[in-house]
Design a protein around this ligand. Sequence first.
Ligand code: ADP
Ligand code: MG
Length: 391
Amino acid sequence: MEIIEHITNIFSETFGEKPAHIARAPGRVNLLGEHVDYNDGFVLPAAIDRATYVAFSPTDSDQTTLLAADLNQRASFSTQTIQSKTETDSSPLPDWAHYPAGVMWALLEAKLSTQAMNAVYASNVPRGSGLSSSASVEMAFMIAWQTLGKWILPAMQCALLGQKAENQYVGVNCGIMDQFASACGVENNLLLLDCRSLEWKTIPLPSDVAIVIADTMVRRKLTSGEYNKRRAACEEAVRLLQKDLPHIKSLRDVSVEDFNRFVGKLPEEVSKRARHVVEEIERTSQAESLLEAGNIQHFGKLMNECHASLRDLYEVSCPELDVMVRIAQYLDGCYGARLTGAGFGGCTVNLVALEKAKKFAQTLAEGYQSEAGYQPEIYITRASRGAELLV
Ligand code: ADP
Ligand code: MG
């Protein structure tokens, strides 16, 4: 594979020997259950066939040196500098290095060994487009340190440590879905995760159905404020609904019926946000039996409803995402289309009859370009395996 050759060559040029190991960890796409992970709901992601690859070798010094090939940047840190988020020369650790360094930090917190290493990594998961390039970097380094430390943790525990790294070291308040999907992916399967109990199961995707990801190429900056506002609205809804429904701990515990009974007591904006969450959790609970019965048609309708809800109730869409989804939903072979990830830009996910997928991708690209004025990137992808050591 090209990307493996690329990092192997850079490793040899930089460190004067071939790398001892190669690890990979995929990005992910979520098919249903958006903005419900932090409300204890269900999510339905799949690991995709795009991944971060890291070439690495242990070193005798106590200094870990990383080279991010895609950024052409280098950073060095050690167990001594990790707390202060500095490099070994005392300069501040660059932002991109917080992801792998955060993994080292989380492992140290968990009293697991973090053997110093030399590493070169690169990825074909697009950055910041909602396919979770960050979790793929974290999980790739998790495998690297696990390999060198010879400790073994269940994949879900690795995911939780990756999430801790991103929450507490990088400072991004993400849920568990991204790291979970990257760590636990199964070929040709969707993963149904209960974000409260962390129980999960696989659901096979029929072999004649393709997952098509369409990148609008629009990236919104400063969306973390909007994200935090949505989280706060959900918390407020729970607080207010608890007066009538004292048993509820999160929106997960509110049925659609109960919600409709008490929604009048919520302020307008809070009620819209909470309605999305309550109805989306209901949609994901229908999804399991639909998929198990092979009813992709009906499942696709739930994806379309999800998009409308994210657009009108949760208000995390943007004109480009709406254009991409609207065009897709009219195309031949498309079962369902919606924005995926946090929103405000990034990608849509589409379920498409496999034999129609190429034509779908082409027509969607042309339609989007003529309406939105940007050339999109479209990936026909497959549900793939989770993080693993390749060599
Ligand atoms: P995403 O939705 O892709 O996860 P994030 O904003 O959560 O978007 O994470 C993107 C960040 O992760 C990048 O800004 C960078 O710091 C880090 N990252 C992702 N991919 C790479 C890579 N190939 N090389 C170095 N850093 C990366
Ligand atoms: Mg991310």
